[in-house]
Design a protein around this ligand. Structure first.
Ligand SMILES: [Zn+2]
Ligand SMILES: [Zn+2]
Length: 206
């Protein structure tokens, strides 16, 4: 670390200003830059803090294997995953937004996001827990009294556990359907991803 210096509010302000980063190719227009000058460019030697850095884009295969968390810096992006052969995605299949990679100044362990940070659609590698969150989000918007909502919420929490015995899963899904039939119907597209085929049949899912 550097030797201790007295930090005044002015120092902090100046530092923050010199660290400001803008997405590549979007140099601020006149009047919006800190110096309000058309010739303003982002400082090339800026060392931003993680919280101030923008996110790079990621390239991730459909099963969630990470090709890169910094697609902007990759010389090329493969079309297929070398671990599983699946197609590699570079954008949200639903809205076309970039897949959030790592902050541009961070390297190291990276887990791809399960949901698009723009439209909220789950990526193909979303986990069982991610699907449960999706169902709970839907539940929050369903027209239910709070006691029923809470009961269904708790069933879903229990069902996030993938190792539950089949019979217990069936009972819990059945209870969800009984408690909130309209919610059950509206969640079918999500349910088919996490309800086993046997249980789907016994509960009348298409
Ligand atoms: Zn893969
Ligand atoms: Zn999206």
């Amino acid at each position: 670390m550097t030797s201790p210096t007295t930090i005044t509010p002015t120092t902090i302000q100046t530092t923050a200003r010199s660290l400001r980063r803008y997405p590549r190719g979007t140099v601020p227009k006149s009047g919006t830059s800190p110096q309000a000058s058309t010739s303003w460019t982002a400082p090339s030697d800026a060392v931003a803090f993680p919280s101030m850095a923008r996110y790079d884009s990621a390239a991730v295969c459909r099963r969630g294997h990470v090709f890169t968390a910094h697609a902007e810096r990759a010389a090329e992006i493969a079309t297929r995953c070398v671990k599983c052969g699946a197609a590699i995605l570079t954008e949200c299949p639903s809205c076309g937004n970039r897949i959030r990679g790592q902050p541009s100044n961070l390297h190291g362990a990276y887990r791809p996001p399960e949901f698009c940070d723009d439209c909220g659609t789950p990526f193909p590698w979303v986990t069982r827990q991610g699907h449960i969150y999706q169902l709970q989000n839907l539940l929050d918007e369903a027209d239910l009294d709070s006691a029923t909502r809470l009961a269904v919420h708790e069933e879903l929490d229990a069902l996030a556990e993938a190792d539950l015995p089949e019979e217990e899963q069936r009972k819990r899904w059945e209870r969800v359907k009984e408690l909130a039939p309209a919610f059950w119907d509206s969640g079918q597209k999500i349910l088919v991803n996490i309800v086993s085929e046997t249980i789907q049949k016994s509960l009348g899912l298409p």
